[in-house]
Write a new protein. Structure first.
Length: 146
C-alpha cells in the first residue's frame, strides 16, 4: 500500500492532474449512465403498468362476453341411413366404432358434415369400390364426456 502512495507522490504534478481528470471523467460517465438507467427503468415500469391495465381491461371484456355452447346432436348410426346411402354395419367400441356405408360419391362430403355436427371425429376412412357400389368405411372417435 505504501508503494502506491510512494508512486503517487513521486510522479510529476502533470501526471497526477491527468489521473485526476481521467478519474473525474469516469465518475461523471458513471453518474450519467446511472441516471439514464433510472430513466429507462422508470419508462419500463410505466410500460409494465400500462400493459397490466390493458390486460385487466381485456380480461374484463372477455369475462363479460357470454359463452354460448353449441348444441351438438347425439350420434346415431341410423342417421346415416339416407337416400343414396345405406348403412351396412356399425361396430361400436370403447373409443368410438367403425361405420360402413354403401353410398354414392355425392353423399361422402355430407357424411363428414353430419359427423361434425355430432362432435364425432374420424381417425381414418376408406373408400373402395365393390361390385359397382362405393363402400365408405369410417373409423370414428367419440368425445370423452366426463
Amino acid at each position: 500500500m505504501n508503494t502506491l502512495f510512494d508512486w503517487w507522490f513521486a510522479t510529476s504534478s502533470h501526471i497526477r492532474q491527468f489521473c485526476w481528470a481521467v478519474w473525474l471523467l469516469m465518475l461523471a460517465t458513471l453518474i450519467f449512465l446511472s441516471s439514464t438507467h433510472h430513466e429507462e427503468s422508470d419508462a419500463l415500469i410505466r410500460l409494465r403498468a400500462s400493459n397490466h391495465q390493458q390486460w385487466t381491461a381485456l380480461y374484463r371484456l372477455v369475462d363479460t362476453t357470454p359463452i354460448i355452447e353449441e348444441k351438438t346432436l347425439p350420434f346415431s348410426p341410423l342417421d346415416f341411413q339416407l337416400p343414396g346411402a345405406q348403412l351396412l354395419y356399425w361396430h361400436p367400441s370403447a373409443q368410438g366404432g367403425e361405420l360402413a356405408l354403401k353410398t354414392f360419391w355425392e353423399a361422402v362430403p355430407s357424411a363428414f358434415t353430419r359427423l361434425a355436427e355430432r362432435n364425432v371425429s374420424v381417425s381414418r376412412f376408406l373408400l373402395s369400390v365393390e361390385g359397382g357400389d362405393l363402400l365408405f368405411t369410417l373409423q370414428l372417435e367419440m368425445p370423452h364426456e366426463g
